[in-house]
Design a binder for this molecule. Structure first.
Ligand code: PGA
Length: 254
């Protein structure tokens, strides 16, 4: 089954209001001029720019995502942001379980599962990040790690809910390092993920789930990656900060 490709920009802790709005304006102009409809494009700015970016892209077809959320609905969690707040800013998607959050904020598969469940409950679509570390790859336990992440992070997710989830395979050693996984490496893990999803869900549900790749994607390597049918799009960090390189990546999906 062929699914619509999905490209998300993860700006991480970059861009203030002015830069965020400028980027959103420029990408909207390009998107509308070229009548892009063959892929889903999602911008994931920092929390502080969500609403402003939403105003700029509203009605264009470009979608908004956040980079994280808390797993509770609301309450005394100073400094945290919940799903309904993200929705009220116009977010449709939310990145959950990014390896930087696993690494620096001690997020575990169990907390990530709570976030995925809450996001779905509140009507947000999770972009669930999974992936092995360099040590795990060298120890040849990549598949075991991925399987455990899938099982734990997707615990109690119904068949219907699964269709709203995008899975981002992001090998930790390829993120922000300039060292991207080869198409062959990505393809082999993506096939493994699809196989596991088919064990967990009916085939037609598992086939609808988009499995995207993230890790040092840039305008030079994007075409080769996106040419593969098993790679349903990308989660772009560094190369999504400049409009021009992001546009080149979007164009690599043809
Ligand atoms: P990168 O980041 O493209 O800068 O490697 C990707 C990500 O962390 O989602």
């Amino acid at each position: 089954m062929s699914v619509k490709k999905f490209i998300a920009a993860n700006w991480k802790m970059n861009k203030g209001l002015v830069q965020s709005q400028q980027f959103a304006e420029e990408i909207r102009a390009y998107y509308e001029k070229h009548k892009i409809s063959h892929i889903d494009i999602v911008l994931c700015p920092p929390y502080t720019s969500l609403e402003a970016v939403h105003r700029k892209i509203n009605g264009s077809g470009i979608k908004l995502g956040a980079q994280n959320m808390h797993h509770e609905s609301m309450g005394a969690y100073t400094g945290e942001i919940c799903a309904s707040m993200l929705k009220s800013c116009g977010a449709e998607y939310v990145i959950i379980g990014h390896s930087e959050r696993r690494q620096y904020c001690n997020e575990t598969n169990a907390t990530i599962n709570k976030k995925v469940l809450k996001a779905l409950d509140e009507g947000l679509k999770p972009i669930l990040c999974i992936g092995e570390t360099l040590q795990e790859r060298e120890d040849k336990i990549t598949e075991g790690v991925i399987e455990e992440q899938l099982k734990s992070c997707l615990s109690h997710i119904s068949e219907e809910q699964m269709e709203s989830i995008v899975i981002a395979y992001e090998p930790v050693w390829a993120i922000g390092t300039g060292k991207n996984a080869t198409p062959h490496q990505v393809e082999s893990v993506h096939n493994f993920i699809r196989k596991k999803l088919k064990k967990m869900y009916p085939d037609d549900t598992a086939e609808k789930v988009r499995i995207i790749y993230g890790g040092s994607i840039n305008p030079e390597n994007a075409k080769e990656l996106f040419a593969l049918e098993t790679i349903n799009g990308g989660l772009i960090g560094g190369a999504s900060l400049e409009v021009q390189s992001f546009i080149e990546i979007i164009n690599s999906t043809h």
